[in-house]
Design a protein. Structure first.
Length: 356
């Protein structure tokens, strides 16, 4: 008979083996078409300062064409989003959620209607905008070494390549002397894409010098209608398989070759496809003709579109509206807290009565 100590050691080994397997499965389960920029942007603080982020807070779709999975939480929580961590004390999270509920419920009738939620979504989206503006001020200073209020493409290029490990002084000297730069193919491709975006952010008359406002458009295209159009073109270019500059459902939900590696990955990818199909058919394809045009995608991407905000408000209410009165009561939001905050609050009914 196995001793208690041997049994525990065996159990521990089994646990570690299973944990390793699950970690591998999690890696394979992720959709494979995340852009290189997103992965590279997390490498260093300096690079974060000068690379346009793929993830745009308060926008429904990422720069790489992926749906923003945190969108509902971003437009419901705003700056409070980071406070709702999975391991936070449920009681504290309930109190925070109750405070937010009271702020959304402006007529104080103990329920939230679509118009109240629309107003709140617009307010939180604007909050994300203002946060991006403040961050841009710091980032602009980082790439404007001479402090003249303008950044040239060459200045940006030097900073970008320095963040990739190149010697800043050597790169600056070569650019100044018009010497050839020895850059690997991947870095050159990223640089070419950034240059295209730089040109788009350069408002008329074009001078290839970006001021602080233009640099904001470069980093955050959601702040500029012209840059929003450019971002839509990039997404269409990446997803459009037949070159007609439109998207069919099959193009929008197609998965990259090699994404699915095992059954768990297959299940997750099925959910991913299901989410994209629903968004395409119910929201993006406004006239429901099975085709998404650039104009439709642009309207969908516009974070300050009031009609979209109202649509989103109605969808958010429908998720948790158990009594079908087209409003949200506090108990309903607490019960569906994971959808609104990313944090699941257990025993919501009993606890909310304790709070009162």
């Amino acid at each position: 008979m196995m001793s208690r100590q041997a049994f525990l050691c065996s159990l521990g080994s089994l646990y570690l083996s299973l944990l390793f397997v699950f970690l591998l499965m999690d890696v394979y389960a992720r959709p494979a078409n995340n852009s290189a920029l997103k992965e590279k942007a997390a490498d260093s603080k300096d690079e974060n300062e000068i690379l346009p982020p793929d993830h745009l807070n308060g926008v429904k779709m990422e720069m790489d064409g992926h749906l923003n999975k945190e969108f509902h939480q971003e437009v419901f929580l705003g700056k409070e989003m980071e406070e709702f961590e999975e391991d936070s004390e449920p009681r504290k999270n309930r109190k925070k959620l109750m405070v937010i509920f009271s702020k959304v419920d402006i007529n104080d009738d103990k329920k939230i209607g679509a118009k109240e939620m629309q107003r709140w979504i617009m307010e939180k989206t604007d909050e994300h905008f203002q946060e991006a503006v403040q961050e841009n001020k710091m980032h602009f200073k980082a790439v404007d070494p001479d402090g003249d209020g303008h950044v040239s493409w060459d200045e940006y290029k030097i900073k970008f390549l320095a963040s990739k490990g190149f010697n800043e002084k050597e790169i600056a000297e070569k650019i100044r002397n018009n010497e050839e730069l020895k850059i690997d193919e991947e870095t050159q491709e990223v640089l070419d894409n950034l240059k295209d975006r730089w040109y788009q952010a350069d408002n008329p008359p074009p001078d290839l010098l970006l001021n602080e406002e233009e640099f904001l458009s470069f980093l955050h295209p959601e702040h500029s209608r012209g840059m929003l159009k450019f971002m839509v073109k990039e997404i269409i270019r990446d997803l459009d398989q037949d070159g007609d500059k439109k998207l069919t459902l099959s193009e929008f939900i197609s998965l990259p070759v090699g994404t699915v590696e095992n059954q768990q990955a297959q299940d997750i990818d099925d959910d991913w496809v299901k989410d994209r199909r629903k968004e395409f058919e119910e929201v993006i394809d406004a006239n429901h003709d099975g085709i998404v045009t650039m104009e439709e995608l642009e309207e969908y991407m516009d974070p300050m579109n009031e009609y979209n905000a109202l649509n989103e408000a109605k969808q958010m209410i429908a998720v948790a509206d158990e009594n079908q009165n087209h409003h949200l009561e506090l108990e309903e939001i607490l019960k569906y807290s994971e959808y609104f905050t990313g944090s699941k609050l257990m025993d919501y009914a009993r606890n909310v009565h304790e709070e009162f």
